[in-house]
Design a protein around this ligand. Structure first.
Ligand SMILES: [Zn+2]
Length: 425
């Protein structure tokens, strides 16, 4: 946590976002309840102190928003109020809700150094893997994708070794490269040493043996329970854009020459209908809400992928162009389910089987023409507007309008003014 780094700038961003989303949706997005005691009064409005500080934390570079159960923040309503006071904001104590039993010094919990969001992402986007004949081994990416699917479905994070072994073996048998052995123990020991995988219920140190039999024996003797480290599991579970950005990265890095669709279907991260890219389960309407901090972070992850892929020859052209799932998700979230063409004459009122609005995500300038795979140049269009944009006589004029709209909506949603890396513009 970096509470001390929060300034008026981040607080004002959080207040702005609360105004934009509305109080209830804002609290829901950040998983807070209404403040019982400390109310921030600003510009004629009333805000929940702790939720505003929690959200503001997410606007710090490289930090995540704090949730009510973040260690060190869980008892901190008074702490948040004091911080707001120090920054010159007005916090009133709601007398109707005062509780004489809570006077005195604030209850401070020990503050743990939690890895930042960016540190967690870095761990999984910079895996060390063996290569043979120039091809990266798929052990670790397969284990991660499997765990990511389980997090998405809200399944228990930790599993007995026997279940992990069986599930990962089956996936390696179906999707590993030719010549890879069916060995879940080796990648999991390695992920553990990279702080990605937690192991429990064993005695003595976790094996670092490089010998074949040593690692396998350690797991069969200790039978550790294990799973993704908790903050990663939570991140994959609750942040769709992070999950998709990591998925983009893993597929770009490890599956460049392969069709990942069968594996994604097997682990439950299937794209399904390309115009309907949200993985099952269907999202409730409020999950379309994308907080500004999430939007900003998501855009940043998309930019990192763009920078990495710049100049790299894409071997996957035979399988169709690689497109950023995270970018598509950001555009759909930003659209709040409505066609982004300001002159739209009517979007179908129906929804898809997954309860999603009927929208297509369009690259305003095609990728083949040098357009960017980034929300700043992408729009969500209804099928009518999409057809006009593709084939209509007014398509040139519409394209100019949509480019402006894409940029405006990108910036209004929390995206930074982002120029393409190293392009002539
Ligand atoms: Zn439309």
């Amino acid at each position: 946590m970096a509470l001390a780094d929060i300034s008026r700038v981040e607080i004002e961003k959080a207040i702005e976002e609360c105004d934009r989303l509305g109080r209830d949706a804002f609290l829901k997005a950040y998983r807070f309840r209404r403040a019982r005691r400390y109310v921030l009064v600003h510009g004629g409005g009333q805000y929940d102190s702790k939720a505003i500080v929690g959200a503001a934390h997410g606007f710090l570079p490289g930090e995540r928003p704090l949730t009510p159960d973040t260690p060190g923040f869980s008892g901190g309503a008074q702490h948040a109020a004091r911080l707001l006071g120090r920054l010159g904001f007005v916090v009133v104590e709601d007398p109707g809700a005062s509780d004489p039993g809570v006077s005195g010094p604030a209850h401070e919990e020990p503050i743990h150094e939690e890895p930042t969001h960016d540190e967690l992402i870095h761990r999984v986007t910079h895996l060390k893997v063996n290569r043979s004949a120039g091809q990266p081994a798929l052990y670790k990416p397969i284990v991660l994708l499997w765990a990511m699917g389980r997090a998405l479905r809200g399944e228990p994070r930790l599993l007995p070794w026997s279940e992990t072994e069986e599930a990962v073996k089956a996936l390696l048998a179906r999707h590993g490269r030719k010549g890879q052995r069916l060995r879940p123990d080796y990648p999991i020991a390695s992920l553990h040493h990279e702080d990605v995988w937690e192991l429990r219920d064993f005695t003595g140190p976790v094996t670092t043996a490089h010998g074949d039999s040593g690692v396998k024996r350690w797991f069969s003797e200790n039978q550790p329970r294990g799973g993704l480290v908790e903050p990663l599991h939570e991140l994959f579970r609750h942040s769709a854009v992070t999950r998709l950005a990591v998925l983009d990265d893993l597929l770009d890095t490890f599956f460049e020459d392969l069709d990942p669709a069968p594996l994604l279907a097997d682990v439950g991260l299937d794209d399904g209908d390309p115009a309907d890219p949200h993985p099952a389960p269907a999202r409730a309407p409020e999950q379309w809400l994308l907080t500004a901090a999430e939007y900003e972070r998501g855009s940043r992850l998309v930019e990192e992928t763009e920078a990495r892929n710049r100049g790299r020859r894409r071997a996957r052209t035979a399988l169709g162009p690689v497109r950023s799932r995270a970018a598509r998700h950001l555009v759909l979230g930003r659209s709040q389910g409505r066609c982004e063409n300001p002159d739209c004459t009517g979007q179908p009122a129906d929804v898809t089987d997954r309860n999603h609005p009927i929208l297509e995500v369009d690259h305003v300038i095609g990728l083949a023409e040098g357009g960017r795979d980034h929300p700043v140049q992408m729009v969500a269009l209804c099928p009518n507007c999409h057809a006009v944009k593709t084939r209509g006589r007014t398509r040139e004029a519409l394209r100019d309008v949509l480019l402006r709209v894409a940029r405006e909506r990108h910036e209004a949603s929390g995206g930074r003014h982002a120029e393409a890396p190293g392009t002539s513009g």
